[in-house]
Every structure is written in structure tokens, then in C-alpha cells.
Design a protein around this ligand. Sequence first.
Ligand code: NAD
Length: 527
Amino acid sequence: MATTERTEAALRGDMASSEDAPAGAVPDRGTIRVENPATGQPVRTIDTIGPDAIPAMVARARAAQPGWEALGFQGRGRVLKRAQKWVVDHASRIVETIVSETGKTHEDAHVIEVAYAANAFGFWAGHAPKYLADEKVRSSNVFVAGRRLSVSYRPLGVIGIIGPWNYPLVNSFGDAIPALAAGNAVVLKPSEVTPLTSLLMAECMRECGLPEDVLQIAPGYGETGAALVDEVDMVMFTGSTRTGKKIAERAARTLTPVSLELGGKDPMIVLSDADLERAANAAVYYSMQNGGQTCISVERVYVEAPVYDEFVAKVQEKARKLRQGNPTGPGAVDVGAVTFAPQLDIVSGHVDDAREHGAKVLVGGHARGGEGQGRYYEPTVLVDVDHTMRAMTEETFGPTLPIMRVTDTEEAIRLANDSPFGLAASVWGKDVARAESVARRVEAGAVCVNDAQLNYLALELPMGGWKTSGMGVRHGAQGIRKYTRQQSLLVTRFAPKRDVHMFPYRKTTTRALGGLVRLLYGRGRRT
Ligand code: NAD
């Protein structure tokens, strides 16, 4: 590996541990210099928490956790509700912080990130007691008749959260909210690209009365994340599929449970009866919003032949009008910067590869910016694409929209499923029953009909990827139960001194019990 490649790989965190990183490969692991991707200007330099500091940090979290758990749902809920108000009261400061380290628009920061967090604090404060309440269980097995059966949920202890750079509030801190609501302590390692939002949220939680050490932030590179995996009771990871696999491997050494929210290549299927105006607006918005740097972005579109030309014309017209640049305030621009420098090469590489393989660029198709000017990739629409091109098969994670003509619905479904990913998808058609039947055949953890991405806002709906897009879910009952240990209880109150199945074994009892088994199950009816 050349030095620049190695440095880049290390900065991305590909070199999981300091043992892997050759001496001198990375200039300074002791600090993170946060830069505004929209201007190229430095924002702030912070000290990192290295892997060696992680065991002590987790030990402090472990010591603080029982007190937090003892507050109960009500006590914890009060802190979370105060945090909900804090987020609303300090929305401008949060937005400024997010915009400064990601280069995204104010709308993507405020309407998506801040709104999500504000909702999530109230949601988990209100729903945790319900999702984690003891559950009574009835059994049809006569051999446990008279016993009281129940399931209870207890916090796991210390949760390690490792997050990506594209949504520093939603996808890093956001996962801490249900973990805390369940009574856990949390150590959060935000992306090295965007650590400032998590540090601000730690300030929020302190001001709102969260006891010391219940939430700690560990800004650092990949090796800090790897060290966290070794110490905690459960890992909640959001990021690339490549890193997700490394984390799963590492966690297997200690049999630590993991929940992985990984990459995607979300297809959009436009059926011939779709409302083309709405579908075109949605295609442009859901592929370019947040600069296309959303795990559930529309990454590729399949359009049935009869409406292909009209759909493409509409998309082309709308994409041309998008304003891109430095997001100086609300409404300033539609599409912001490319947050992570190496991502610009990936996006450019996908568009260039598509061009070389015969694709036509209808809109955009170039990187913009430069030293001290920020980095951007133009909103880009591609046609004449197919699955020989990386833009149709690998996660692009930029403001690109490749559109492919298909002969019929069957071809659309086949191509949508021709992917190692299975995060989310959308199907568009006025015959909702037909569109829904198509949606049910798409291999993805979440599918919207005549919408996209909105499922993410319904925190009652589980959200998790199929195939290489993940393991486990966030949101819904499972989205908080994963942060707990499930305990089954069987309680016997009234019972004889000796049950019939206990020692000593006797021929007559065995025959009688055998007869009972035959009576109960011999005709294949009892369940
Ligand atoms: P990434 O995998 O490069 O990094 C994610 C985090 O993992 C960072 O904090 C990084 O420091 C850390 N890390 C790196 N190596 C590590 C290691 N060996 N052990 C432990 N931690 C390590 O991902 P990224 O580039 O920051 O984020 C973009 C990716 O995230 C995209 O693929 C996107 O689709 C995905 N994503 C998925 C979801 C989802 O909900 N499914 C949401 C947002 C982003």
C-alpha cells in the first residue's frame, strides 16, 4: 500500500488497531482537525481518546450504570424529556454545529436531524416502559400448568455506540437515546470526521441532569472503536458494510452482541401508472437530499418503458434547477457539500466508470471546489445505465441519480434484487394494491409505496437491513429490547412435595406419562 493510500485507509479507520498501522503511517492520531467541507476552513481541533483510554472509560460507565438504572423509567424519562426541550431550545446551535462539520444544508440539519432527535427523546421516554414492561406468558403445555410465566427485560450494562459521519445527530447520538432509556450507560465513538455534534449533545445531557459518566464521548479513529468493541456489553454500529464485518468478527472473540446498520443501494421502481410528477420530485429529492449521503437515499431507479421518457424529462428539468454551494443559512442552497473527502473520489469514480461504459450524463457529472473552497459534486442524472456499471451496483453515497429503462415489472423486481444490499426501497404506482404486491417482493428491510425514507420517521416501525445491509434493527420494540437482557421467569407457588416426573423412576409412572403424551399429541392436533 502506498503511503497516501495507507494514510487514507487509516483515516477511514480501515486499520483497526494500532498493531495494524505501520509506524509513521498516520501523522497525528492524538487530535482531530475538524474542517468545514463547504468552505475548506478549519472549524476546531480536538484531542482524541486513544484505544488505551477505553478500558478506564468503560469501567467508569459500568460504575455509573446501576444508579441510572435505579432511577426507573420515570426518573430516566424526566431527564430525556428535559433533553427534548433542550434540543428544541438550542436548535440553532445544534444546526450550526452539524452544518459546520458536515457541510450539509440547514434544512437537512434542522428538519431532519434536530427534528428526529426532538421526537426520539419523547418517543423513547414514553415507549420504553411499554416495550420493556414484564410480559405475562401462557403456555399450552399441561406439564407447566399452574406455573406463573413471564419475561422481563434488564439493561445490558454498557453499550458501545460507533457512528458514521453522514448524520452525526441521528445516527450516532440518536442510538444512545433508547440505550439510555433502557437503563444502560453509553460510550459513544462518533466518526472522526464529525465529532462535534456528539460533544455538544454530551453537554446537553449534562445540563439536563444525566448523572456523570452515564454518557461519555470517545472521539477517535478506527482503533478507538475497535478497543470499545472489546470492552462493552453490546455494540451498536452504524457505518459501512466493510467496517461492520470487522466489528462483527472482533465482537465474536468475546461473544459480544452487535447490531449493525450498514450500507445500501436503494432501488426505486416506477411503474407505468405512477403519478410521474410526484415520482420525479421524489426521485430528485430522495437521491440528492443531504447531498445523497443518506444510507436510505434513492441510489438507482428502474422505470417501466411506457413512462420512461416522460419521467426522465421531468427529472432532468428538476435536477437542473438545484442550487448547490455553501449553506450559509436556511433556503440558501438545495444541495450542500461532500462531507468526507475520500467520498468525492468514490462518487467521481462511479460517474466516470458509467460514462466509460456508455452511460449518458444528462445533468452535472463533475466535482467542484478546490483548496480552501470546499468540495462538492454536482447534482448528477445518468441514463443509459446498466448493471455492468459501479454506479448501479455499489453504494455511491453522493448526489447522483442513475435511471434505467426496464421492459416490465418483472425485470424491475429482478434488477432491484440483483444486489448484495437490502436496506430500503420504494415502489411508485397509482394502483396501490399492485404497487404493494411489488413492494413485498423487493428484498429490503423497509419498502415504501409512493414515498421513500419516511418510514424512518415512524419510530414504531422497525428499521434494519437485509443481506449485507445489516443485522438487527433500530426503532420499534426490538430497537430497545436489543439493549437489554431478556429473562424468562417461571414461578411455582403451590406444588406437591414431589412431582410425578422426579426420581425415583418407576415403570408404572413412565407408562402413564407416555400414555399422556400419546393422548395429547398422538393425533397431531394439540399445539
Ligand atoms: P465507516 O464504516 O468508515 O466508519 C463508521 C465508524 O466506524 C467510524 O466512527 C469509524 O471511525 C469507525 N471504525 C472504523 N474502523 C473501525 C474498526 N475497525 N473498529 C471499530 N470502529 C471502526 O463508515 P462511514 O464512512 O463513517 O459512514 C458511511 C457509511 O455508513 C455508508 O456505507 C452508509 O450507508 C452507512 N450508514 C448506514 C446507516 C444505516 O442506518 N444503515 C445510516 C447511516 C450511514
